[in-house]
Design a protein around this ligand. Sequence first.
Ligand code: SF4
Ligand code: SF4
Length: 171
Amino acid sequence: MGFFKYFKNVFSGLWNLLVGLSVTSKYFLNFKAVTTQQYPEERLPLPARSRSMIKLIYDDEKDQFNCVACLMCAKACPNSCIKLEGVRQADGKRRMTTFKLDFSTCIFCGYCVEACGFDALTFVSEEYENSVYKRGSLLQDENAMKWIRPAQPASPEAATTEAAAPAVAGA
Ligand code: SF4
Ligand code: SF4
């Protein structure tokens, strides 16, 4: 029994080695398909849901931040990275006046983004080169975090789907 198990393990190991080598050889011999990216000249787009930097969403039409200074993000932050202030305006609505996020202690957990019920905070995926020479530079204010959502291009597929969709009764 031990004798057969011994040879079974030997052949299993050899088989796994050959499978691994076949994968390596496939990439080694395929000279045309170069997978190495020449960063920073070549940059791959990051997945839309990647977490790079947190931004404060600015409504360009209303010419103001979406933030209403409800403090929910600051309360949700486990590292107390967020400090902000707000005022109540003449129309009775609260508006953020100052917003500071210390990225040197941020762990990018996303609790602040999740806690915000006013579409005022978001992760952006395109800003990932965040190295600085001075730690203090990682303390960003509302001006550094200002982000305007890019206009969505009209999708021909969406238009086709909408046109093809049956009308909902009673809608
Ligand atoms: S991502 Fe997490 S650690 Fe960073 S500011 Fe938001 S809640 Fe705080
Ligand atoms: S960013 Fe969102 S959660 Fe934080 S204070 Fe502003 S509105 Fe409230």
